[in-house]
Design a protein around this ligand. Structure first.
Ligand code: PMP
Length: 373
């Protein structure tokens, strides 16, 4: 049937984004933390939510200073970079933070540049904000060719440059000197909407959704915030924190940048219940993140095991590993699923991505893959 709905041009034939949500024994397809919160943490979140429920007749705190302050404290502990709450922003997942960034800085006639293979949601945020989405391939080993990126930025003058570090689906971290090259190129090479207009900077977004899983010695882009008001670093409670269901993503950037995001957000976008639950969860950050070290160890052991099977497995600073190649990756994916192990078909042709689960889940994955090989 031909629809008579006035669908916006560009949305014809588009499908809703999402990986399969299947109830199987080992769910290793969306890079979640496999460990649920402890009874103690559940209790603490439940009582915080109950207290917030008592005030549900009122709209929530629009600017959530308490939560921004708690997120700033967490970042200071995690990365050693101390920031005031005014330099923190948050929304319903880092997905929504990225949407705010493109709503504020993208738009018709402007472009966003990212480096492939990378996270498959970026083109959707671009589409939804009428921003042109452009990409430059990463090197063979998935590192960023920063001098080439700098040339492209100077030529293209994008509004937003998105670099994922550690990158999804490859696990590759960004070298600090490469980020410095990109930040320098972005200065003065942002969009020019009218001829003769004063120059702008491109906003450089480093998506650090998986930062807590990085190996020792790998720095965070947060360290470069001072002196770079055009840098934004996004983080999330969905991964290392083990709180994907909470929907709490956040960003660190200059006051000027955060203030612009406040213009485009919906009023009261963070519900009182989300704010209360996130604050309670943050007060237990050590307990919630207790498994990060073991997930890292499990990841490194998996890379070694995959290589011992004669496969290519990429070094990872995240909680997943990209491995292959397979002449028919769909067939391997299906075979594993038949045995209750759900992984992801994503990334370069022939490759698959597996999230790091519990030791039992990883054992099931290894056993199934051995049988499939
Ligand atoms: N960035 C990257 C690179 C991701 O892989 C993900 C989740 N898969 C996100 C952002 C979004 O995370 P969330 O919205 O749950 O914070």
């Amino acid at each position: 049937m031909v629809s008579t709905l006035p669908l916006r041009p560009g949305l014809e034939g588009c499908q809703p984004y999402g990986a399969p949500e299947l109830d199987v024994a080992a769910r290793l397809n969306v890079n979640e933390n496999p460990y649920p919160p402890s009874p103690e943490v559940i209790e603490s979140i439940a009582s915080a939510v109950a207290a917030a429920a008592a005030g549900l007749n009122r709209y929530p705190d629009r600017d959530f200073p308490a939560l921004r302050s708690a997120l700033a404290d967490y970042l200071a502990r995690e990365s050693g970079v101390a920031l005031p709450p005014e330099q923190i922003w948050a929304a319903n997942g880092s997905n929504e933070v990225m949407l705010h960034l493109l709503q504020a800085f993208g738009g018709p006639g402007r472009s966003a540049l990212s480096f492939t293979p990378t996270y498959s949601m970026y083109p959707e945020y671009a589409r939804d904000t009428l921003t042109q989405y452009t990409t430059m391939p990463r090197r063979q080993d998935f590192t960023l060719d920063a001098p080439r990126a700098a040339e492209l930025i100077e030529h293209q003058r994008p509004a937003v440059v998105i670099i994922t570090s550690p990158n999804n689906p490859t696990g590759t971290a960004l070298a600090q000197q490469d980020l410095e090259i990109v930040l320098a190129a972005a200065r003065g090479n942002g969009p020019q909407d009218l001829p003769g207009q004063e120059s702008t900077d491109a906003v450089v977004v480093v998506d650090e959704a998986y930062a807590e899983f990085r190996r020792p010695g790998v720095p965070s882009a947060l360290e470069l915030l001072a002196g770079n008001p055009h840098l934004a670093v996004t983080r999330t409670m969905s991964k290392a924190f083990g709180a994907a269901g909470l929907r709490l993503g956040y960003l660190a950037g200059s006051r000027e940048l955060v203030d612009v995001l406040r213009v485009v957000r919906l009023p009261y976008h963070l519900s009182a219940l989300t704010q209360a639950a996130a604050l309670a969860a943050l007060s237990h950050h050590e307990a919630l993140m207790a498994q990060v070290a073991s997930l890292r160890a499990e990841r490194d052991a998996l890379v070694d095991w995959l290589r011992a099977q004669g496969l290519t497995a990429h070094d990872s600073d995240a909680n997943f590993v990209l491995f292959g190649p397979f002449p028919d990756r769909q067939a391997i994916w299906r075979r594993l699923l038949e045995e209750g192990v759900l992984i992801r078909v994503v990334g370069p042709e022939g490759f698959l991505r597996v999230s790091i689960g519990t030791p039992e889940e990883m054992e099931a994955f290894r056993a199934c893959l051995s049988r499939a090989l």
